[in-house]
Design a protein around this ligand. Sequence first.
Ligand SMILES: Cc1cc2nc3c(=O)[nH]c(=O)nc-3n(C[C@H](O)[C@H](O)[C@H](O)COP(=O)(O)OP(=O)(O)OC[C@H]3O[C@@H](n4cnc5c(N)ncnc54)[C@H](O)[C@@H]3O)c2cc1C
Length: 329
Amino acid sequence: MSNDIWVLAEHQEGKVKKIIFELLSAGIDFSKKTGQEVAVLLLGSGLEEATKSLTPFADKIYLMDAPSFTPYTSDAYLASIASLIKEHQPSIFLGGATSTGKDLFPRLAMHLQTGYAPDCTGLSMGEDGKLIARRPLFGGKAFAEMAFSEARPQMATVRNNAFLVNENPDRSAKVISVPPHIDPSLLKKKVTGFEKAVGAKLDITEADIVVAAGRGIKAPENFKIIEDLADALNASVGTTRATVDEGWRDLKDQIGKSGKNISAKLYMAFGISGAIHHVLGIGTCKTVVAVDTDPNALVFNYADYGIAGDLFQIVPALTEELKRVLSSE
Ligand SMILES: Cc1cc2nc3c(=O)[nH]c(=O)nc-3n(C[C@H](O)[C@H](O)[C@H](O)COP(=O)(O)OP(=O)(O)OC[C@H]3O[C@@H](n4cnc5c(N)ncnc54)[C@H](O)[C@@H]3O)c2cc1C
């Protein structure tokens, strides 16, 4: 039994996602207390760049190089990862709370008959060396701390921005090539292609800063001022269901109960009333700023900073000031 801390490395076009470095940084912190080793599982093909970027963040990289792993399908990943876990028996297995993590981890936990904490916003190590997973309930109104019973590995998927990335990782991973376990008869799903979203911005679930507008923006073309503010802050743009239903914005940018949960460091809401269905999606954002003409708007109940005012005056002025301040830094 290896007792290691494992992280599944998710990558796109050879580039490893930021959440993976966050998880590995947490793994390094835990390992300093417990003496466990940190290992990464890297599946795909043409993974030189990914391997290089992960090397300082782990003690071992288990590398499975096969074309069937790109793009991701649970059919291809499941058997290979399950057999490696059975062989090495890590204590902890972590992944990002991304579409891949949310697809793979519950299947894997079921397959391995072990515990799984989904969509966590924090992890810590108990006195007894057991993992404690913190996850939001009721859209972030309450948090549960979950400890695992005896089954191993202790599995969790974690949202972005739960941990800082270690700026000086001190590891130098040994790369271990592992033959994949792929049974072609089990590959039932086939990804036929990807359609790239228009624009180069990060998905709202991955962005550190999200700037959003709701129906108070009044017309789709007025989102230009929100886009300008987002550009000044290197932020992504979110919205409410009201504008999506109007056909002003894409569903992929909708925050809330029937949209996405975001965990941004900074969330700015303009002309958004703060309906419960919307704020359920922002419960784990670190700082919330709201601007609304109605001083009694519910959104102010969820904001750290609020301005009762007209977004059409405030947004352009804020953008200009931010540009001025940021350019002088
Ligand atoms: C089952 C279900 C699921 C839902 N899921 C979601 C979801 O996932 N996400 C979601 O967002 N909603 C969801 N909704 C809808 C939700 O209940 C609200 O209707 C919606 O969030 C309201 O969007 P809004 O804040 O943009 O619009 P409004 O509620 O109309 O608010 C607009 C705000 O803009 C302000 N305003 C107007 N002019 C200005 C100005 N010039 N400057 C500043 N402020 C101004 C107004 O004072 C108002 O507060 C769901 C509803 C249901 C029933």
